[in-house]
Design a protein around this ligand. Structure first.
Ligand code: ADP
Ligand code: MG
Length: 319
């Protein structure tokens, strides 16, 4: 490693987040060492964001940092894990101090918020791309997978769908949002909220779960396939903003990517717990959008039944 690279890491990435008590060795050696506490399992996931593919070139450094960590945290949330450590591999076209300052500040603030520690990574020169690997803990076998959905389970999603995809379409000039809405949707695109607040709820009640990165229809299909069941979604139950509803832009909610909400299945007997949750958590409202069936994958829309088998999922930016 060159000394300039070393000082860059020291300056911007040292002391990021919150020290974990089971970190044996953090940044600075050839590898980090962590101790998984007795009775727990390590849950690990990795995601890459490439400029021009996963975010537009105009995206601010602080937004890139937030999104790179948030999308990874969203995967841990879907597994009902508690985040603890992460690694950052970053490829930079040049050493732009202002950019690095903004990037690292934003990364630090999100890492603090979710009490994670940056224990290592890699830094190189090249086209702008950010890869984060997150590691979290679950009590032994308490993780939630995509494969446990059962016949008659309710299909539930958190928050609102389609806002991030609307924000991206607005930035790309594919749609024009009113001024009152554009910053909200662009914020949904750049600053997704990982739904870690749902981890306990999922662990207690959900049979399967997934985070929504590529659009509801494509992502729910993974639960359907892995659980060997079918599903029926009702369009009029989709949680969408007024703009989507009044202009009938439901494709953004069904196929738009980057929501980072959670979609999970819930035995009907836990509907009371869902209603309790909604009373106490208005900012992470849960909506029942359908149910698990024996087979097939359908959407009910204005009393018509549409086969979702051939529904085209969301294509990433630039693809
Ligand atoms: P090596 O040459 O053995 O791969 P590096 O020079 O890449 O080691 O990294 C030296 C140390 O700095 C390692 O502990 C590594 O984890 C850490 N590191 C490198 N880049 C980053 C980064 N972007 N964020 C956090 N830690 C980093
Ligand atoms: Mg290295």
């Amino acid at each position: 490693m060159r000394s300039s690279e070393f000082s860059l890491i020291e300056r911007y990435f040292r002391d990021t987040g919150l020290n974990q008590k089971s970190t044996i060795l953090s940044q600075g050696d050839d590898a980090a060492v962590i101790q998984v506490p007795t009775g727990y399992q390590l849950v690990t996931s990795i995601d890459t964001l490439i400029e021009g593919v996963h975010f537009p070139e105009s995206t601010a450094a602080a937004d890139i940092a937030h999104k790179a960590l948030a999308v990874n945290l969203s995967d841990l949330a879907a597994m009902a894990a508690t985040p603890a450590w992460f690694l950052l591999s970053i490829s930079l076209p040049d050493t732009n101090e202002k950019w690095l300052e903004e990037f690292s500040q934003s990364l630090k603030s999100l890492a603090q918020q979710y009490q994670m520690e940056l224990i290592g990574g890699d830094t190189c020169q090249g086209l702008l791309s950010v890869t984060i690997q997150v590691n979290g803990l679950v009590r032994k076998n308490q993780y939630v997978t995509r494969s446990g959905a059962q016949l008659d389970d309710l299909i539930v999603v958190s928050g609102q769908l389609g806002n991030a995809a609307l924000g991206l379409a607005h930035l790309q000039g594919k749609t024009k949002l009113p001024e009152t809405l554009d910053s909200e949707c662009i914020n949904a695109l750049n600053r997704p909220v990982p739904r870690l607040c749902l981890a306990d709820f999922l662990r207690k009640y959900a049979t399967a779960s997934i985070d929504l990165s590529d659009g509801l229809v494509g992502d729910l299909r993974h639960i359907v396939d892995r659980s060997r069941v079918g599903a029926m979604i009702y369009r009029d139950r989709l949680p969408v903003g007024e703009w989507i509803e009044t202009n009938s832009l439901y494709d953004y909610a069904l196929g738009g990517g980057d929501d980072y909400e959670l979609c999970f299945t819930l035995p009907e007997k836990h509907l009371d717990q869902l209603n309790d949750w909604n009373r106490d958590n208005q900012d992470c409202f849960l909506s029942v959008i359908g149910e698990i069936t024996e087979s097939g994958y359908y959407l009910t829309e204005n009393q018509k039944i549409i086969d979702l088998e051939s529904f085209q999922g969301y294509q990433h930016f630039g693809e």
